[in-house]
Structure formats: structure tokens, C-alpha cells
Design a protein around this ligand. Structure first.
Ligand SMILES: NC(=O)c1ccc[n+]([C@@H]2O[C@H](COP(=O)([O-])OP(=O)(O)OC[C@H]3O[C@@H](n4cnc5c(N)ncnc54)[C@H](OP(=O)(O)O)[C@@H]3O)[C@@H](O)[C@H]2O)c1
Length: 367
């Protein structure tokens, strides 16, 4: 019998999309959130689903959501502020865990700190199981596979075409504000190296004679792709949302890095960001999402820097992809199809062929 899927954060923008996708796929998730009235409304609209009230300020209420063998999806973010109780609840109960974070420091925490505990407990942790950072894991794995044994590095970049700033949910803005003050990392000569965010700017070929700049970030590919081949010495991941403003973004990040070394400044800026940038304010509607598309590029190269293979994936809006991958991934985990335990990437967690087939089903395809 398939395990229960519990969706924490169901009343948020991404949680709502994920709940609908789970139901569309035939699942009957338990919906969990802090506001009982909104929770009941959603559960009734989706056909009378079970509900649970839980609040991260009361970790026992989050722990009570899951039992051994369950699958917990959390879309309660920003994760560096509110993510821990759900992660702890899954580890404590012996439940598989998926989240929608895009925050590098939280991803690092899941892989480095929580992963070994999950391995001992025999459960899987699939962090960043959305637009951040499933497509880059897929594109990177395909590029490394097709490049063959001489590939030693992979560069990945995420672009979002056709939208504007209004295309971001309140939750994404709140998470981005928090993460801009935190250190990033990369995978260099076979190990994880801390560095500031936006340390590098790189131009990527988008096809059709177009190219665009992107800034370096810390993500899940740095942990997950080196596991796929003994020769993967360097992994760099970039975010291409800033276009021609990438250099300005780099300068801002360098300034923030310096400023936050002054005692008290980081805490002050963090508190200000939390005050000014709010989550739970909704996000782009279906029409706005349909007007944008995701483009993800992965380039595999050899030790001499010669590019051996380039993969370009194009597909739907990032929020639709996030709901899709969370729902599909939870369903796979509930059906006992996870390959291994501990902190897993989407490729080692589900298999490259399985992940590519799921992505294709959602319209994320090689261009
Ligand atoms: N990886 C990706 O590509 C991707 C895509 C989408 C979103 N995200 C991330 O996912 C997170 C959610 O995004 P979103 O757009 O859905 O934001 P959102 O609409 O602000 O949702 C945040 C959720 O957290 C809940 N929450 C806040 N404080 C809580 C508390 N004390 N106890 C329990 N729940 C609490 C909110 O509850 P209420 O509904 O009661 O306010 C809401 O359900 C963000 O961190 C965002 O960056 C990532």
C-alpha cells in the first residue's frame, strides 16, 4: 500500500499549486497549514481531503503531522527561517521528505547535516525538488552522460523568459531577500568550497543566436552531480534572471558580503529584509505563468576546458514545474521507488531515465 503524502504549507502559493497537482495525479494528500479556515476551504474545494493544523512556532504540531513511512512535502519558507521544524519532523518520524527551497545554505544544511541522519533512519531527503534545482540536475546529468568519460566539469544556468518581476511569488521574494546575505558555495577540484554569492558572471548560449549572462549561486547540483561520475571535479551553477544587470548584481553581492562582515550588520539587514519583503502574498496567475518559459543550459567540458556537450532544456513556468516535480517526486517516494536513503539529488534519488520521462511528461524537453 502506498504511504500517506502530507503537504505542509498547502495554503501558500506553491503549496496550493502542489495540492492541485497531487489531486490531478490521483493522490489524496493530507493538507497541513497554520490557518484552519483557509485549510478547510482548500480541502473542500479539492474534494474533501484530510487536514491538519500545524505552525512552525510550535514544532510539536509539525512533528504530529507525520508517522513512519509517510512522505512529507514542505513548502513553508523562507526555509532558513521556517524550514527546520518540518525537516526535523521527517527525520524524527522516519518519513521521506521533499521541499521547495531554492536557498543554498538550507540545501547545504540538508546535504551536510541532515543527510547522514536520514541515511541512518533509512529515509530519503529530496531538498530543492522544484524549478530550483531539478531541471539543472537533469540537464547536467544528461550533458555528463552524453559527453562521455572525458568530461570533468559541468556549468549549468537557469533562465526564465517572457516574464517580468511580477512573475515572482511573495514567498520567492522573501527567500531571495534572506539568501542574498548568506555565503554561497561551489564544487571545485573535487570538493565543496564556500564563496560569496554572484562571485562569477558567465555568458551562456541560449540557441537561435541568443546568449545571456548569469551569476553564480549555491544549489543542489554541487552535491548531487559529483556522485554520478568519479571524474566530476568542477560544478558551477548560475542564475540568469538578471540579464544585463548581472554585473550590477555581482557588485551588490560583493558589497553585501563586505557589509555583513561588520558585527551586527547582517542581523540588522536580515531583520529589515524580513520586515520589508513579505511572503504569503500570492504569485503569478495561470495566464501570467503561461506567458513565461524556463530555459536551462548545461555544458560539460574536459579538463582542458574544451566543451564536449551542451544540453538545453526548455519548458513551462518555474512555479508549474515546482508543483509538478514535488507532486511526482512525492508519489514516487510514497510508492517505494526512491533509490537509496540520505540526502538525495533528483537523479540519484529517482534515476536519470525516470526523471527525464517525468520532465518530458510536463513539457520540459531538450531543445
Ligand atoms: N524551488 C523553487 O523553484 C521554488 C518555487 C516556488 C517556491 N519556492 C519557495 O517555496 C517557499 C514558499 O513559496 P510560496 O511562493 O508558496 O510562498 P508563500 O505563498 O509565502 O507560502 C509560504 C507558506 O509558508 C506558510 N507559513 C509561514 N509561516 C508559517 C508558520 N509559522 N507556520 C506554518 N506555516 C507558515 C504560509 O502559511 P499561510 O498560508 O498561512 O500564510 C504559506 O503556506 C519559499 O521559500 C519559496 O522561495 C521555491
Amino acid at each position: 500500500m502506498a504511504s500517506r503524502i502530507v503537504l505542509f504549507g498547502a495554503t501558500g502559493y506553491t503549496g496550493d499549486l502542489t495540492a492541485r497537482e497531487l489531486v490531478r495525479r490521483g493522490a489524496a494528500p493530507v493538507l497541513a497549514a497554520r490557518n484552519p479556515a483557509r485549510l478547510e476551504r482548500l480541502a473542500t474545494e479539492l474534494g474533501g481531503l484530510e487536514t491538519r493544523v500545524a505552525d512552525v512556532s510550535d514544532p510539536a504540531s509539525v512533528r504530529a503531522l507525520v508517522a513512519p513511512g509517510d512522505v512529507l512535502i514542505s513548502t513553508v519558507g523562507p526555509f532558513m527561517r521556517w524550514g527546520e521544524p518540518a525537516l526535523e519532523a521527517a527525520l524524527g518520524a522516519g518519513a521521506h521528505y521533499l521541499d521547495s527551497t531554492g536557498e543554498g545554505p538550507f540545501i547545504r544544511h540538508v546535504f551536510e547535516d541532515a543527510g547522514p541522519r536520514a541515511e541512518q533512519a533509512g529515509v530519503g531527503l529530496l531538498t530543492a525538488m522544484g524549478y530550483d534545482y531539478v531541471p539543472g540536475n537533469l540537464a547536467g546529468a544528461l550533458a555528463l552522460r552524453d559527453a562521455g568519460e572525458h568530461a570533468t566539469r559541468v556549468d549549468i544556468a537557469y533562465f526564465w523568459e517572457g516574464g517580468s518581476a511580477g512573475g515572482m511569488s511573495g514567498g520567492t521574494q522573501a527567500s531571495a531577500a534572506g539568501v542574498s546575505l548568506e555565503p554561497a558555495y561551489t564544487w571545485r577540484t573535487g570538493k565543496l568550497v564556500s564563496e560569496r554569492g554572484a562571485r562569477r558572471v558567465k555568458r551562456f548560449d541560449l540557441g537561435g543566436g541568443r546568449s545571456a549572462q548569469a551569476v553564480s549561486i549555491g544549489s543542489s547540483e554541487h552535491f548531487a552531480l559529483p556522485r554520478l561520475g568519479r571524474n566530476v571535479w568542477d560544478v558551477d551553477v548560475y542564475l540568469g534572471w538578471f540579464g544585463p544587470a548581472s554585473r550590477a548584481m555581482q557588485a551588490f553581492a560583493a558589497g553585501a558580503d563586505l557589509a555583513t562582515r561588520i558585527p551586527g550588520v547582517k542581523a540588522g539587514m536580515g531583520a529589515l529584509a524580513a520586515k520589508l519583503v513579505h511572503g504569503s502574498t500570492g504569485g503569478p496567475d495561470a495566464a501570467a505563468r503561461a506567458g513565461t518559459r524556463s530555459v536551462i543550459v548545461a555544458q560539460a567540458s574536459d579538463a582542458g576546458g574544451k566543451q564536449l556537450c551542451s544540453v538545453r532544456l526548455v519548458g513551462p513556468n518555474g512555479y508549474d514545474l515546482t508543483a509538478a516535480f514535488l507532486a511526482w517526486g512525492a508519489e514516487q517516494a510514497a510508492a517505494g521507488k526512491l533509490k537509496g536513503s540520505g540526502a538525495l539529488g533528483p537523479v540519484d534519488g529517482f534515476g536519470l531515465d525516470e526523471l527525464e520521462a517525468a520532465a518530458t511528461g510536463y513539457g520540459l524537453v531538450r531543445a
